[in-house]
Design a protein around this ligand. Structure first.
Ligand code: FES
Length: 83
């Protein structure tokens, strides 16, 4: 029962990802458009890279190389690592 006086709506902040909001929700974008989702939990994009903005489409996640590692851990940084 989200948004009731006895139980506030919960918003969870991730370190690098979306805001997770208990639905249903209406999100007003900075251009004034209103987006509605009736899902149980909604992921609201905070990085603005989503193709379905204001909803998160996981574009915030780092891309992986063919070897399954993030691009920032390949090449020069990897060669300089001491293990
Ligand atoms: S936070 Fe996930 S795409 Fe922006």
């Amino acid at each position: 029962m989200p948004n009731a006086a006895e139980r506030p709506r919960r918003v969870t902040i991730g370190p690098d990802g979306p805001l997770l909001v208990e639905g249903p929700v209406e999100v007003v974008a900075d251009d004034g458009t209103v987006h509605v989702s009736r899902r149980f939990t909604v992921a609201v994009c905070t990085c603005r890279r989503s193709r379905t903005y204001p909803w998160c489409d996981t574009s915030h996640r780092p891309r992986e190389s063919r070897r399954g590692r993030p691009p920032s851990l390949t090449g020069g940084e990897e060669r300089g690592a001491v293990s």
